[in-house]
Ligand binder design. Structure first.
Ligand code: FES
Length: 574
């Protein structure tokens, strides 16, 4: 039984009444060549498309929007496509994270200001997924997420190549003189073989999976490789489904419960997902009015082992994950840990969505009884160096470094660090701890993915491939190593990280979730009183607004004004 009648639709106020303004709206639709039969009494479905000529991860979304439209027409809706900022991870400087909230605002305002009844959110490249979802949550109309899907496996001389992860790996081999320029050139040509997102368990694959686990995408959608013919079929199915979601008034608020977020975090842990997801999931939950903090991630990481054998925690790629049964199979394996009563975009529960799902390749998706890493994918550490927390991905680190005490080498900013690590005479051993300051939300600005600090060249030549690194930055989900990230509060605002000096001792104890700077409180107070805040990066424009309103990493890095206050009124139609 439908919850809505045609006259209840938002778009009815634009198109269904008879006045001067609606004359203008309808006459302009006719200018496109549409007629009454195309829109009358039908839900208008806004397809928010993050396609662009500078985002190869989304190169296919231009065509896929047509598949979504086909589904919308089939189900009796009226599709309209609205382009939005693409947030291309490989091209946007200084970092796409500077613009995640920009896209979230754009999504919300595109939906609000137009005659839209339901939204199809097309994204996948890292920040696009949380941004689109944050905007849709705040707008509150029925919305379905369509993941771009991962690209095909990379290939070099018959060897599989994983996005990002193998770039970092072979870059170190090149710095160490172990591969040639021609090898490097061939890797460049073989690592990205099709459209689609990074195909390791990076931020894109993690966030696409999380969106599905939260109930916002069709079952299995997030694992389909972008180049597989199942992908356009999934797109048209999403187009059909959103029309019914509008009639049923199935809004994000009816899907996103605390249990749905817990399910998402459990899936994140089982996947060995990107540390970036912590910031994004906290932000999405807070938009949904659900208080969530990093402690919840830590609690769940102690319960849920890593069972997806995917790079960078494991050895396979997303294409293998799809053949192994994909996210539905992984969730079926986690069945006993998930709340299966959660509602999803299908209008039924998670239990229905994973019914019959099976793991086909047990080497790729392990059983819970034989995890690939039992200790939890993500650890949240606290201590005098990070009073509000910091994160580490022990599943992708040298285990020796999860329990370590060593002397710091402190870098004041990225450029300082980049110069020093190339020095052959740098006074560094594998037991040193590299510390990068001023790379957080305000300091970067935008918390760039600088957290996998390069191993100093001198050590790379000696064969060292991992060491402890600490920063208030993020790291790419494709990265790996003993990197402690998201230190909060950040150094740019005077957090304790700002006070670290070369030679200080730092102790990291992942088992007990502790990080400690072995400097007395008196000495830290003396350093704090001598500390002067760095100059702001921007004095005008979006950057200045960002710096003034951005929250810290543990708060999800949302803008304060997007979290505050009550609902925004519907626009007047006159
Ligand atoms: Fe787009 Fe990795 S660069 S998903």
């Amino acid at each position: 039984m439908r919850q809505k009648r045609p006259e209840d639709l938002r778009s009815h106020r634009w198109l269904g009444v008879s006045d001067l303004r609606s004359f203008g709206h309808r006459s302009r639709l006719r200018q496109f060549g549409f007629d009454k039969a195309d829109w009358e009494g039908k839900p208008v479905i806004g397809i928010i498309n993050t396609w662009s000529d500078l985002n190869a991860c989304h190169a296919h979304l231009r065509a896929r929007a047509e598949d979504v439209k086909r589904g919308v027409w089939q189900a009796g809706g009226f599709p309209v496509e609205l382009p939005a900022m693409s947030l291309s991870e490989p091209f946007i400087k200084p970092t796409t994270m500077l613009y995640r909230n920009f896209l979230a605002m754009e999504t919300e305002e595109l939906l609000r200001s137009h005659p839209i009844d339901g939204a199809v959110l097309m994204g996948g490249c890292d920040k696009t997924t949380p941004a689109l979802i944050m905007g849709a949550i705040s707008m509150g109309i029925p919305s379905i997420y369509v993941p771009a899907g991962p690209m095909l496996r990379g290939n070099w001389r018959g060897e599989k190549l994983g996005s990002g992860s193998d770039v970092w790996k072979y870059w170190d081999e090149k710095r160490a003189g172990n591969i040639t320029d021609e090898d490097w050139n061939q890797i460049e040509g073989g690592i990205a073989r099709s459209f689609g997102t990074c195909m390791v368990m990076g931020t894109a694959a993690t966030m696409m999976s999380i969106a599905e686990a939260m109930g916002l995408a069709l079952p299995g959608a997030s694992s389909i490789p972008a180049a597989d013919s199942s992908h356009p079929r999934m797109c048209s199915a999403a187009g059909r489904r959103i029309v019914d979601m509008v009639w049923d008034d199935l809004t994000p608020a009816k899907i996103l419960s605390p249990a749905a977020f817990d399910n998402a975090i459990k899936v994140h842990m089982a996947l060995g997902g990107s540390t970036n997801a912590i910031v994004h999931v906290v932000a999405m939950a807070r938009r949904a009015g659900i208080p969530l903090d990093m402690d919840r991630f830590d609690a769940i990481s102690r319960e849920v082992p890593v069972i997806a054998n995917i790079t960078p925690s494991g050895k396979f790629l997303m294409e293998d994950f799809y053949y192994a049964g994909g996210l539905r199979a992984l969730m079926a394996e986690l069945r006993g840990l998930l709340d299966l009563s959660c509602m999803t975009v299908t209008g039924t529960t998670l239990a229905d969505n994973i019914a019959g799902a099976k793991v086909h390749l047990p080497d790729v998706i392990h059983p819970l009884s034989d995890p690939i890493y039992a200790g939890g994918a993500t650890a949240v550490l606290k201590g005098n160096l990070a009073p509000n927390g910091c994160v580490m991905k022990p599943s992708a680190a040298d285990q020796r470094l999860t329990q370590h005490r060593g002397k710091a080498i402190a870098f004041e900013d990225y450029n300082h660090m980049a110069r020093e690590v190339e020095r052959d005479d740098l006074d560094v051993t594998p037991d040193h701890i590299l510390v990068l300051k001023n790379a957080g939300p305000k300091g970067g600005p935008g918390m760039p993915e600088w957290g996998m600090l390069p191993i100093p060249k001198k050590l790379v030549k000696q064969g060292v491939r991992d060491m402890l690194r600490i920063s208030d930055a993020r790291m790419s989900g494709t990265s790996y190593g003993a990197c402690i990230l998201h230190v909060a509060p950040e150094s740019f605002v005077g957090g304790p990280l700002a006070l670290v000096e070369t030679g200080d001792e730092i102790e990291v104890d992942v088992k007990n979730r502790r990080i400690h700077l072995h400097v007395s409180d008196e000495e830290l107070a003396r350093r704090k009183s001598a500390w002067t805040p760095p100059k702001p990066h921007y004095t005008r424009g979006y950057g200045a607004m960002f710096a003034e309103h951005i929250g810290q990493a543990d708060e999800g890095c949302d803008f304060d004004f997007l979290l505050a206050g009550g609902p925004i009124p519907e626009p007047e139609i006159h």
